[in-house]
Design a protein around this ligand. Structure first.
Ligand code: 13P
Ligand code: SF4
Length: 307
């Protein structure tokens, strides 16, 4: 640890205690931020942690929709997002207004929104789904018609897995779009023992050649398998820090060095400290939207609990 980190970590520890705060961090966060977190996980795991914590303050080291989900679940807690500009470009590819227009074209459709969406979009949806159990969410539905927003690649993956035909919104993650099947083939050739594990936000041709497709939490569990000694990691490269830390001696190869989400990287120790000192920026979902969005999130958590 550098002198800078040492001083910041100590100051964060003291103020965190004073505020009665819990720090939740997504698997893509900078290593230094993962190290000060009480819990590091994927979107579903983080919302489950937010729902069950006794802490009055949640410092969410992730992106805006994740902090909003915590606020939807815990309206009485203060949810801090250390960088209010940490958004998700994929979540921004749909708005509640555009979803309402689409719903008018398909009045019978059950609306499923990926958890990577705004609270307003969740409020217009029937059920939310995380990457961790998107297949289980779709299988839980008894519906003739499903409208899936905003990630076309996750939607296509789930549709292929379940055999359910879905209307897909044309959104995508710009970070995962940088991962190519050609590069994974090259890496497999250079590392013949490596398993290629990719995120369902990847393009269909990437998923088609992968050994496994799973959420970031699923990747962390997969890496711990005894038969896995080398892994080509098809997701945002921040997760490699955690994979290496938890699996010393195993080899983790990024599927693309360009798979960096700048929003996830915008949270630093300095911002976490400042956020706890100032008790801002706070993310709070207005009550009317929160109540409608909560139905969709609660349904997701009920399916998640059966995982
Ligand atoms: P996970 O829920 O798998 O961690 O994915 C979140 C995300 O933003 C992927 O880009
Ligand atoms: Fe959004 Fe992609 Fe960043 Fe995940 S990696 S937060 S989907 S832009």
């Amino acid at each position: 640890m550098t002198d800078r980190e040492f001083g910041l970590v100590e100051n964060i520890r003291v103020i965190k205690e004073k505020r009665g705060a819990v720090i939740l961090a997504h698997n893509y966060q900078l290593g230094e931020v993962q190290d000060i977190a009480d819990f590091v996980g994927d979107s579903l795991e983080l919302s489950q942690k937010a729902a069950e914590t006794d802490a009055g303050v949640i410092v969410f080291c992730g992106v805006h929709f994740m902090a909003e989900t915590a606020s939807i679940l815990c309206p009485d807690k203060t949810v801090l997002l250390p960088d209010i500009h940490a958004g998700c470009p994929m979540a921004d590819m749909i708005t509640a207004e555009r979803l309402m227009e689409k719903k008018q074209e398909h009045p019978q459709a059950v609306v499923v929104c990926y958890v990577n969406s705004s609270a307003e979009v969740k409020a217009e949806s029937d059920i939310c789904c995380p990457s961790a159990n998107a297949v289980a969410v779709i299988e839980s539905l008894d519906a003739e018609e499903i409208l899936f927003v905003p990630d076309q690649y996750l939607g296509n993956y789930v549709s292929t897995k379940t055999g359910k035909k879905m209307i897909l919104w044309p959104g995508f993650c710009p970070t995962h779009a940088r991962i190519t099947a050609e590069r994974i083939k090259e890496l497999k050739h250079e590392n013949p023992r490596a398993k290629a594990v990719v995120h369902p936000e990847c393009r269909p041709e990437v998923i088609a050649i992968a050994d496994e497709t799973t959420s970031t939490g699923g990747m962390c569990r997969y890496a711990q398998r005894e038969d896995v000694t080398e892994m080509i990691v098809g997701t945002e490269i921040g997760i490699i820090y955690r994979l290496r830390k938890e699996n010393p001696g195993k080899k983790f190869i990024p599927a693309s060095e360009q798979a960096v989400c700048p929003n996830m990287k915008s949270i630093t120790l300095e911002k976490v400290l400042w956020s706890l000192e100032e008790m801002e920026p706070e993310v709070k979902v207005p009550e009317d939207i929160r109540l409608r969005a909560k139905n969709a999130v609660d349904r997701m958590l009920r399916v998640g609990a059966r995982r």
